[in-house]
Design a protein around this ligand. Structure first.
Ligand code: FAD
Ligand code: NAI
Length: 474
């Protein structure tokens, strides 16, 4: 294959593969390089997809154990963990192969190897990237444009060594070979609560230690409180405002974890079998040659770009988790498409005001736009409409009445400014509000739109009606 491309994309995750595919659709040749050996990045291999497969399977397991009898279905339920893991692996395999197929279709050469930029593109010469294959062989590629989409990695907990067996990151927590009796989760963020839910449903006792005084910081405070209450009802134990100060492996195979109040104070010990470290992720830019070619990074190690994804070095771009913004697959994907279109000379942009965020627990938590706290801090006058799932007919029929929909709209113009949903299918329900916000809709637009009955979407409509105070409660 030729070693001269229009663009070289480093990273085969949602940022990388979507950039390469869009470039191909626009008639530009590219190479998409990933060192992992399987395309799809964190998302497909060790992130979104395997976690959602296990969340689905474990939710069905718990449902069969606890809810089927209430529906008049008698079952004898038994866990087959190897089969559950095999289904997850199968899905991952199919999807990663799918990415390779899509790259091929877009005439992008998928190359497995570790890439390093050895020269930036300039008016006089093309940019150069060296790729080291697993066999140690080096291949040199040249291109007018280089897109960096190297993603992110697990944020380390100082003094704690992750072995991915007993002290695990999300990667190890997605591949445990038995259900831990006691699981200690460090960090009440998205990963901690999703993967904590998986192992809780499969039988583990789960304790979550969180540095701050609340779960899922950043999510609307009222919804965050409801979330913690619901998870506590499900059996989670939370130790908020607490930090882990040490961990010791015990002779019998367990772990002794030392914690103390975040503000300092008396230490105490938590015994567990497995500890999951989920305290955030950091941009991954190691061994890329960025310092050598002079690409600027911020204090958090993220690549700095302008709104067109251009770094300070001409011809080098960055998208996805390795630059600022929420670390989400759909954000990476949208940036990738916009970046490819801009390179191809088209107008394109991403609307960062309407990027939804979903926690795939049960119930799900979905948000978009501003939270009530953010509006207050910004001094924006707003109105609130809320609707509880206890008053939604469909939620009752499916025995999923925990949660509510909350819509925030501008007090004067009624333009929707934000939405937070905790409840069944929240991740799907939020799409209606995202689209409405993309079109600059008012809460009245949703309130006066006919919604099918009986559906969960009626709860969204009722919350929108609530903004003007005409919710119809049952
Ligand atoms: P990545 O997907 O991280 O891809 C970067 C790729 O670059 C990697 O494959 C890496 O091997 C490769 N690479 C790095 N350096 C080099 C190099 N020098 N040479 C060659 N290749 C290199 N987001 C959601 O939106 N929804 C979810 O449900 C969700 N669930 C998640 C669950 C977990 C457990 C985790 C960890 C993350 C989850 N995320 C989720 C976040 C999501 O995975 C990321 O936001 C997304 O993958 C970012 O895409 P990216 O392309 O920027 O980076
Ligand atoms: P997170 O940022 O969501 O949560 C980390 C939590 O750890 C925070 O609550 C933080 O206060 C806490 N914390 C930080 N340091 C701590 C310490 N020393 N001790 C105790 N608690 C501490 O990060 P998480 O869960 O690791 O996820 C990383 C990223 O992956 C997220 O930013 C998210 O965007 C992405 N992701 C998205 C998913 C989704 O969209 N459903 C699912 C999983 C991950």
């Amino acid at each position: 294959m030729a070693d001269n491309f229009d663009a070289i994309v480093i990273g085969g995750g949602p940022g990388g593969y979507n950039a390469a595919i869009r470039l191909g659709q626009l008639g530009l040749t590219s190479a998409c390089i990933d060192k992992r050996g399987s395309f799809g990045g964190t998302c497909l291999n060790i992130g979104c997809i395997p976690s959602k497969a296990l969340l689905h399977a474990s939710e069905r397991f718990q449902e069969a154990k606890e809810d089927f009898a209430k529906l008049g279905i008698k079952t004898k339920v038994e866990l087959d963990l190897p089969a559950m893991m095999a289904q997850k692996t199968k899905v991952v395999g199919e999807l990663t192969k799918g990415v390779e197929f899509l790259l091929k279709k877009a005439k992008s050469e998928a190359i497995v190897g570790e890439a390093r930029i050895t020269a930036a593109p300039s008016n006089a010469s093309l940019g150069k990237v060296e790729v080291k294959g697993a066999d140690g062989n080096i291949r040199n590629l040249i291109a007018k444009y280089i897109i960096i989409a190297t993603g992110s990695d697990v944020a380390p907990l100082p003094g704690v060594t992750i072995d991915e067996k007993q002290i695990v990151s999300s990667t190890g927590a997605l591949a445990l070979t038995s259900v831990p009796r006691k699981l200690l989760v460090v960090g009440a963020g998205v990963i901690g609560l999703e993967l904590g839910s998986v192992w809780k449903r499969l039988g583990a006792e789960v304790t979550v230690v969180e540095f701050l005084d609340r779960v899922t910081p950043g999510i609307d405070g009222e919804v965050g409180k409801a979330f913690q209450r619901i998870l506590t009802k499900q059996g989670f134990t939370f130790q908020l405002s607490t930090k882990v100060t040490g961990v010791e492996k015990k002779g019998c195979g367990g772990l002794k974890v030392t914690v103390e109040p975040a503000a300092g104070g008396d230490k105490s010990v938590i015994d567990c079998d497995v500890m999951l470290v989920a305290i955030g992720r950091i941009a991954y830019t190691a061994n890329l040659g960025l310092l050598e070619v002079g690409v600027a990074m911020d204090k958090r190690g993220r690549i700095v770009t302008d709104e067109h994804y251009k770094t300070n070095v001409a011809g080098i771009y960055a998208v996805g988790d390795c630059r600022e913004g929420p670390m989400l697959a759909h954000k990476a994907e949208d940036e990738a498409v916009a970046c490819a279109e801009l390179i191809a000379g088209k107008a394109s942009h991403v609307n960062y005001d309407v990027i939804p965020s979903v926690v795939y627990t049960f119930p799900e938590v979905a948000t978009v736009g501003k939270s009530e706290e953010e509006l207050k801090a910004a001094g924006v006058q707003y109105k609130v409409g809320k609707f509880p799932f206890t008053a939604n007919a469909r939620a009752k029929t499916i025995m999923a009445t925990d949660g509510l929909v909350k819509i925030l709209a501008d007090a004067k113009t009624d333009k929707i400014l934000g939405c937070a949903i905790i409840g069944p299918e929240a991740g799907n329900l939020i799409a209606e509000v995202v689209l409405a916000m993309e079109f600059g809709a008012s809460s009245e637009d949703i309130a006066r739109t006919c919604h099918s009955h009986p559906t969960l979407t009626e709860a969204v409509r009722q919350a929108a009606m609530g903004v003007e105070g005409w919710t119809m409660q049952m």
